[in-house]
Design a protein around this ligand. Structure first.
Ligand code: NOJ
Length: 982
């Protein structure tokens, strides 16, 4: 029997795909966005437009010994309204600008940054402000190249490098902070009400909306309706708007999450691609469009601005709804306008000067991505829904029968009785612990969904406890529990802003009983968590979410915190998973909603995509955009959540997935089963090959994840110049190559040197790949060598359905494990293959990072971290030596907080446990001639095979020479050298 709620959902599924745009506001339907955009058009139409805001020079105060300057700001519009400004420069050169209303009728929400930042940044003690008549300035940087200038009247803040403006705030005069006001105030043209004396009337006159700046009317100030919902707006208008221009940067990227190209298309100006600004308002958008500035599930208000000379970035730490217009007044400049509904203004300016430094600056603010458990990089199989424990067992069996590796089976909402999360539906899952143990037997894990809405019924202990504790979100009255509709019918939502919810939530995941408190005895330490619907999604709420006037802990309205609300659930859930075991294990939490800093808590996915080619393509751009905003552990539902992809599309989608950090197949309840073993040949074999390829590459992925997890911590030089995160677009790797600035359909995997261009179109047999440098790139599979050019060059790479355009950048050494296994934990003791792809000078370098893959003992130095280098023994000589050395001891002197390298011992317990793991094969690509001898230094001659290249060495293209050294007898944990004498 189909349950009523499922039926409700099925009924909602339209026959053809199309977002219901009418469910979501356009800018014109959101009062504050309308006002913000109207302000911009008035400014544009008025040549003498000037910002009314200025710094009150008498109030300037400069903190002794600290790069902090504070001042009062006034607006000529409202002389009686006071604002505060503080501008501070962190010890790494990041500039933070905060502005708030002082002594206002109410308080603005000022805690968004505190949820995103890992700590209060340290201020520079070396920079001092110089206060002049017209401005306040500070010069800083290793070569005194940076300068911050705060112009007093009108207020204008700019960050310069070598005298050139990089970022300008309020350069167009669109800064506006709507002060709190009282609704009852009569209009100036009204006669003073009886009882008001002359002074009151004065005040009244001063707070009149001023036509030239605020517009003629109080547009949407006090109440707004959308659909059947009315927002009571008890605080009235409190939006703020700010123009941020990048005068010397022609490209802007970031501000995820939107289904758009990475190089953000324009929203204003003559040839605007989109007519609405980019919207940040975490939303559950049913059947979202593959190209649109509409908001989606997560919001990271981080934007990079880029040119061949410079990269800068901003992080606008706002939690309320925000719209961002993007324009390029010239091809070399970008102009943006940020309009937010509430909160203080809190903007971080990251001076760069290149993507590498931006990542460091940003991760020092909001943290690096957590290092996940190793198994989390494997293949995840999900479906809404595997309907019973036997269903899970039989799916597992079929994967094994077809020799297809998989690490994780997922359970969607139907496992839970009446969608009361944590409570198993015993009719279909009578033996959840036994089922999990059956999955664990092959080293696998289960992920189970836990949503934030709680069914409002007294027989649901989780709801009952939350209600008794008083930690549920309140409706606008501030005292009644908010009631809305979600999967579980009439539901309430946990208010994770309430500290009273934190320990309680963590206790829920304990797998052993806790006195009379609820605990999850029907789970095991291998049950991990999926947090969905955390925007939050409310089926009968305005724009499928909570009313903005709902009340959270501290009396804040939902509007004030909406965009960070979703991040609190995975934050607390990941803490809960750490707390449930002793010694603790690394958590795994997948979240749909996220904000700046969410990278510390787990993975995200791009939500309910469609099984179309467009969605397959945009998923890549979206994961790239998330990555540059720090949220690197991402992926899209393989196959598309909605629809029944044809086999060709499914094969291509698995190829995309295998090169996403998060690799999960998922499908809607209404779709046909499409587990890879169900396909006919030749597709089934192709899927098996892709799954196996992913598994062979797990060492590369894990090393890249580790790099990302320590990035920003200046420990080591990367293999290639810029190594930061998992999927790196061209502008990051080649920041000076203009031809690559809009490229988002090919990208590098971490710092490994792998360049992939997944196919996202039908009937493709070959594809053009762009090589940005004068370097040799090798086809991973065929070893064909392509030679790039300093001016950039397009090469044609075969891409029939079974082929993935995957190139190795010359100069890289890739560690792989090539024994097919059923799950990744079964590979722990497998030998390694090293692929040495020589660059045009005969050099290559690579890394391998290993640890136990599941606990935190890596922080105690229980790791193996090797560097491999291949180089000529003497310049121009033909003899090449490949060495393996311990990367950590080499760099101990640069160890810093965050990674306890000081505790590192090369003979640590983990290293000892894997010392018998050997290198079973070394493949060297691009030798110029057949070796006469291949030996372990000081040892015997090794067995090898050499296939000469066909005109491919050094400068030429063609078939690369391949040397295969078999079983060199060296350990993966030891220092060694192999000498190839030509
Ligand atoms: C919405 C999620 O995006 C989707 O992945 C999931 O299957 C459904 N909720 C049901 O839980």
């Amino acid at each position: 029997m189909v349950r009523p709620i499922v039926l409700l959902f099925l009924l909602c599924v339209p026959s053809s795909f199309a977002v219901k745009t009418s469910d979501f506001k356009t800018c014109a339907q959101a009062g504050f966005c309308r006002r913000g955009r109207a302000l911009a058009s008035r400014a544009q139409d008025n040549a003498s437009w000037k910002s009314p805001y200025s710094v009150d020079s008498s109030s300037i105060s400069v903190a002794p010994d600290q790069a902090l300057f504070t001042a009062g700001v006034k607006s000529s519009l409202y002389p009686d309204i006071k604002f505060s400004l503080d501008v501070r420069i962190h010890d790494d050169g990041v500039v933070r600008v905060r502005m708030d209303e002082v002594d206002g009728l109410r308080k603005r929400y000022d805690e968004a940054a505190s949820w995103a930042l890992i700590a209060e940044p340290k201020l520079s003690r070396e920079i001092t402000w110089t206060v002049g008549n017209k401005d306040v300035r500070a010069i800083y940087g290793a070569k005194k190249e940076n300068e911050v200038v705060v112009n007093l009247e009108p207020l204008r803040i700019s960050l310069l490098r070598n005298g050139k403006e990089q970022v300008v705030l309020n350069g167009r005069g669109l800064l506006h902070m709507e002060h709190f006001r009282t609704k009852e105030i009569p209009r100036p043209e009204d006669t003073p009400e009886e009882g008001l004396d002359e002074d009151d009337v004065q005040v009244v006159m001063q707070v009149k909306p001023t036509a030239w700046f605020e517009g003629e009317t109080e547009d949407g100030y006090w109440e707004e309706s959308f659909g059947s919902n009315t927002d009571s707006k008890p605080k009235g208008p409190e939006s703020h708007s700010l123009d941020i221009t990048f005068p010397n940067h022609g490209h802007v990227y970031g501000i995820p999450q939107h289904a758009t190209r990475l190089d953000l298309p324009t929203t204003t100006g003559e040839n605007a691609t989109y007519s609405d600004p980019y919207r940040l308002w975490n939303s559950d958008v049913f059947e979202y469009l593959a190209s649109s500035p509409m908001s989606l599930y997560g919001s990271i208000p981080v934007m990079h601005a880029h040119s061949a000379e410079s990269t800068v970035a901003i992080f606008n730490a706002v939690a309320s709804e925000t719209w961002i217009d993007v324009d390029h007044p010239t091809t070399k400049s970008s102009s943006t306008h940020w309009i937010s509904e509430s909160g203080i203004l809190d903007v971080f300016l990251m001076p760069g000067p290149n993507p590498d430094e931006i990542f460091k600056q940003y991760t020092r603010l909001t943290g690096t991505p957590a290092l996940p458990a190793h198994w989390a990089l494997g293949h995840h199989q999900c479906r809404w829904n595997y309907i019973s424990s036997d269903d899970i067992r039989s799916v597992q069996k079929r994967f094994d029968e077809h020799d297809m590796p998989v690490d994780v089976f997922w359970l969607d909402i139907e496992y839970a009785e009446e969608h009361k999360y944590f409570i198993w539906d015993k009719k279909t899952f009578p033996d959840p612990v036994d089922m999990t143990r059956d999955v664990e037997a092959l080293g696998r894990k289960m992920v189970v969904i836990i949503d934030p809405h709680l069914k409002r019924t007294a027989n649901y202990p989780v709801y009952k406890e939350a209600s008794d504790l008083g930690v549920l979100v309140k409706s606008k009255s501030g005292d009644a529990e908010y009631e809305g509709w979600c999967w579980s019918g009439s539901s309430a939502w946990i208010d994770f802003f309430n500290p009273g919810a934190w320990e309680w939530w963590k206790g829920l995941f304990k797998t052993t009983s806790q006195g009379d408190k609820w605990s999850w005895v029907e789970s095991t330490e291998n049950t991990y968590i999926w947090n969905d619907m955390n925007e939050p999604s409310v089926f009968n709420g305005p724009e499928i979410s909570m009313p903005r006037d709902n009340i959270h802990y501290g009396g804040w309205e939902h509007r004030d915190i909406h965009n960070i609300n979703g991040m609190l659930l995975p934050n607390l859930t990941s803490q809960a998973l750490v707390a449930r075991s002793d010694p603790p294990k690394r958590p795994f939490v997948l979240t749909r909603s996220f904000y700046a800093g969410s990278q510390r808590f787990g993975a995200m996915w791009t939500g309910d995509n469609l099984g179309t080619w467009d969605h397959m393509a945009v998923g890549i751009y979206m994961v790239l955009a998330n990555g540059i905003a720090g949220m690197t552990f991402g992926g899209s539902d393989i196959g598309g959540f909605f629809g029944n992809p044809e086999p060709e599309m499914l094969v291509r989608w698995y190829q995309v997935g295998a090169f996403n950090p998060f690799f999960r197949a998922h499908a809607h309840l209404d779709t046909k089963r499409r587990e890879p073993y169900l396909l006919d040949e030749p597709y089934r074999g192709m899927l098996r090959d892709i799954l196996r390829l992913r598994y062979t590459m797990l060492p590369i992925w894990y090393t890249a994840f580790h790099d990302a997890s320590i990035y920003g911590i200046p420990i080591l030089r990367p293999v290639h110049e810029s190594i930061h995160f998992l999927m790196m677009p061209h502008y990051v790797v080649f920041p000076r190559d203009e031809a690559g600035f809009s490229l988002d359909d090919q990208y590098f995997i971490g710092g490994s040197g792998l360049l992939v261009k997944p196919i996202v179109h039908k009937d493709v047999t070959e594809i053009d790949v762009y090589i940005a440098e004068d370097q040799v790139y090798y086809n991973y599979f065929s070893h064909v060598a392509y030679r790039g050019s300093a001016k950039g060059k397009h090469v044609t790479v075969p891409a029939a359905l079974h082929e993935i355009p995957l190139l190795i950048r010359g100069g890289s050494i890739l560690p792989t494990r090539e024994r097919p296994r059923r799950s990744s934990p079964l590979m722990k003791r497998d030998p390694f293959t090293l692929r040495v792809a020589l660059d045009k000078t005969g050099y290559a370098k690579g890394q391998l990072y290993l640890d136990d893959g599941e606990t935190f003992s890596h922080l105690e130095g229980n790791i193996v971290w090797r560097e491999f280098v291949a180089e000529k023994t003497v310049k121009k000589a033909k003899t090449i030596k490949i060495t393996s050395s311990d990367l950590v001891s080499k760099n101990l002197d640069t160890a810093v907080d965050g990674v306890s390298l000081t505790k590192y011992d090369p003979l640590n317990a983990f290293a000892r446990s894997v010392e018998s793991v050997r290198v079973e094969k070394i493949v060297v690509l691009g030798l110029s001639s057949k070796p006469v001898s291949v030996k372990v230094e000081g040892g015997e001659e090794l067995v090898y095979e050499f296939t000469p290249g066909v005109a491919a060495e050094g400068k030429k293209e063609g078939q690369a020479s391949v040397l295969v050294i078999k079983d060199p007898g060296v350990s993966i944990t030891k220092d060694w050298a192999i000498v190839i004498q030509a």
